[in-house]
Design a protein around this ligand. Structure first.
Ligand code: 13P
Ligand code: SF4
Length: 356
């Protein structure tokens, strides 16, 4: 629940109470003043702020009207009638909000805020796959740009990927662009992962012309989650044998297998809230661990984390204030691309809320 305060001093007091374990004191004072001003301006303008779970704690707990994972924020963006929409997340998320709300001003408080997955595939790559595997349904992870979404049949997020793949009812599915998520979804759906490198993608079709059965993957990876290893988990388990390990499904199959639970950012957050382990280790972006620590003072969350997403890190309270004051950076999506991308997003939204 975001902090509400009627003065900068009250904001500082409330932030200190909630965030003193995760935000240094001198920073709290400065951030409180900015957060107070953001909320004042947001109200004056009738804006809505959406915040991804990876936002830094001083932002996450003070200014968003709604927080959540990619799927929840896409749903909120589709439902809101407020204007402008300030999207505190990376570019593909703000683009998703614009695709669903073409008549609203969607602001991304950052110059670029990219994503290694979104940068790992182009619309032309998808067209080539379509030619190579005619008739095979193509799913893309929401972590892609609008022109890629425009070429595929349906989108998915980490929370509903299994359900989306199953909804296609096809022996063969192309799943783009995250190599690790594709492998983890193949396991969850009982399908074979056919390929996980670019060369093989083009060679997977047998010479006799039959379509291969299983999930055809791609080669992009999340630059944050690929850093976690099985050794990281083993080292922590040695010191804390009763630790409960959660991993995002953008981690490798080996890491997900070595963990106790895998799920989207919100699914992991809820799982910590709803369970009672002596210690937790959360293998995802660092700020989310800090946000969970702030919301769960009674739980022991181990702080192994050293991987901050550099793209999410571009969004700060100061940038949000700048965005609201100057209407920057306004997201634009060419109309022909937007219309086609919207179809694959709406198909996803129609599939259902989550994995199970
Ligand atoms: P979620 O949909 O789980 O929030 O994931 C978004 C993301 O970028 C994870 O790295
Ligand atoms: Fe992209 Fe990984 Fe950053 Fe998420 S954490 S935005 S997948 S680079």
């Amino acid at each position: 629940m975001a902090i509400h305060a009627d003065s900068a001093q009250a904001m500082y007091e409330a932030m200190k109470k909630k965030l003193s374990r995760v935000v240094p004191e001198p920073e709290l004072k400065i951030k409180a003043e900015v957060a107070y001003e953001v909320n004042r301006l947001k109200e004056e303008r009738g804006a809505i702020i959406l915040g991804h779970n990876y936002m830094e704690p001083a932002l996450f707990h003070t200014v968003p009207d709604e927080v959540g994972d990619s799927l929840e924020l896409a749903r909120k963006a589709a439902m809101t009638d407020k204007n402008p929409i300030v999207f505190c997340g990376v570019r593909f998320m703000a683009e998703t909000a614009k695709i669903l709300n073409p008549d609203r001003l969607v602001l991304l408080p950052a110059k670029k805020a990219g994503c290694s997955l979104a940068e790992g595939i182009t619309a032309e790559d998808v067209r080539q796959l379509r030619r190579r595997y005619p008739g095979v349904p193509i799913v893309t992870y929401i972590n892609t740009y609008a022109d890629v979404k425009a070429e595929v049949d349906i989108c998915c997020t980490s929370s509903n990927a299994k359900r989306v793949v199953e909804s296609l009812d096809s022996d063969t599915v192309i799943f783009l662009p995250d190599e690790y998520l594709a492998t983890n979804v193949a396991k969850e759906t009982g399908k074979t992962i056919l390929v996980a490198n670019k060369q093989d993608v083009y060679e997977a079709k047998p010479a006799n012309g039959d379509m291969p059965k299983g999930i055809i993957g791609w080669t992009a990876r999340c630059e944050v989650h690929e850093k976690y290893t099985v050794e990281d988990i083993a080292n922590v388990r040695k010191q804390f044998p009763d630790v409960y390990v959660l991993a995002h499904p953008e981690c490798s199959e080996e890491v997900v297998n070595a963990a106790d639970y895998a799920g989207s950012t919100t699914q992991m957050t809820k799982h910590v809230q709803e369970t009672n382990a002596p210690h937790y280790l959360i293998l995802t972006e660092c700020s989310m661990g800090d946000n969970i620590i702030a919301d769960n003072p009674d739980k022991d969350i181990l702080r192994l984390c050293s991987v901050r997403c550099p793209h999410m890190n571009e969004i700060t309270l100061e940038e949000v204030l700048h965005a609201l004051r100057h209407d920057e950076q306004a997201i634009e999506v060419p109309e022909d691309i937007r219309v086609r991308a919207k179809v694959s997003l709406e198909r996803m939204l129609a599939v259902g809320p989550a994995r199970d």
